[in-house]
Design a protein around this ligand. Structure first.
Ligand code: URA
Length: 260
């Protein structure tokens, strides 16, 4: 029997290889070729409506000891060419903020400004997101901000399944590395993708869901607020959602009085 087919030899070299990967912070094998990768991200069923937002959740990302740094994740992305968005992007938009943030915001994907600068939420939607963060009494640099896909879909079209599938393992690794206490999914696309549902954002928002053991609050996208106005119902719905997030994080809720 050759060493290549000897089960003992194969097993010991596989064990050594796995140990090497573990030491470099890799704890699993994402299948980056398909939408299945994303499915596994949303594998924990959302809590039922009767469940309280602070109900204990199945420890997964939240309960794990994370060894992987964001630098590691960024390094393994490299000059990513895993999907067709790499052919049209100017810059890969990885994520920004506190690597140990208690709160992560996940958007859809970079727009033109983000593609230009290589940073998420730096255009008009970004300014609206900054307003929301400031209104919450926190600072942009204290949270972590990223997107479902890291490269701009041309013409700001929705990201496609293969593009999401290629990015999904890296988003999951980012979230595992930051290990926030709460995630806010900004807009229909981020919420539906992370929760693997087709429910409309108007139905999803306002209640915590479970994303791998982390409470996830879906809310409207800042771009939607830009279109609907600063004193619109949508704006106050977002404020209601962020109030729940602050309460979950046991942070003070600044008083906001709606204009008549
Ligand atoms: N919209 C998003 O969803 N993400 C960004 O980074 C910018 C705009």
């Amino acid at each position: 029997m050759s060493p290549a087919t000897n089960p003992t030899v194969v097993w010991s070299s596989l064990s050594a290889y796995l140990e090497e990967l573990r030491e470099s912070g890799i704890e699993g094998f994402p299948t980056d070729a398909s939408f299945d990768a994303l499915k596994s991200m949303a594998s924990v069923p959302p809590p039922s409506t009767s469940e309280s937002i602070t109900a204990p959740v199945t420890p997964s990302v939240a309960g794990e000891v994370s060894h992987e740094t964001l630098e590691n994740v960024r390094k393994s992305l490299g000059e990513c060419k895993r999907c067709k968005l790499s052919t049209t992007r100017k810059n890969l938009v990885f994520g920004v903020g506190n690597p140990k943030a208690r709160l992560v915001f996940v958007g859809e994907g970079p727009g033109a400004d983000e593609d230009e600068k290589g940073e998420p939420f730096v255009g008009d939607a970004g300014r609206m997101l900054n307003r929301i963060i400031t209104a919450m009494g926190i600072r942009r640099e204290d949270v972590y901000i990223c997107n479902v896909v890291k490269c701009r879909p041309p013409g700001n079209r929705n990201p496609e399944a293969d593009e999401i599938g290629a990015c999904a393992p890296f988003l999951l690794r980012q979230l595992k590395s930051v290990k926030p206490e709460a995630i806010v999914a900004l807009g229909k696309f981020a919420a539906q993708t992370l929760l693997e549902t087709k429910e409309p954002i108007s139905k999803l928002r306002g209640r915590f869901r479970n994303f791998h053991g982390i409470p996830l609050m879906p809310t409207y996208h800042p771009s939607y607020l830009l279109r609907s106005g600063g004193n619109s119902d949508a704006f106050w719905d977002v404020w209601e959602d962020m109030t729940q997030v602050l309460q979950l994080l046991k942070l003070p809720v600044p008083e906001k009085i709606r204009k008549a």
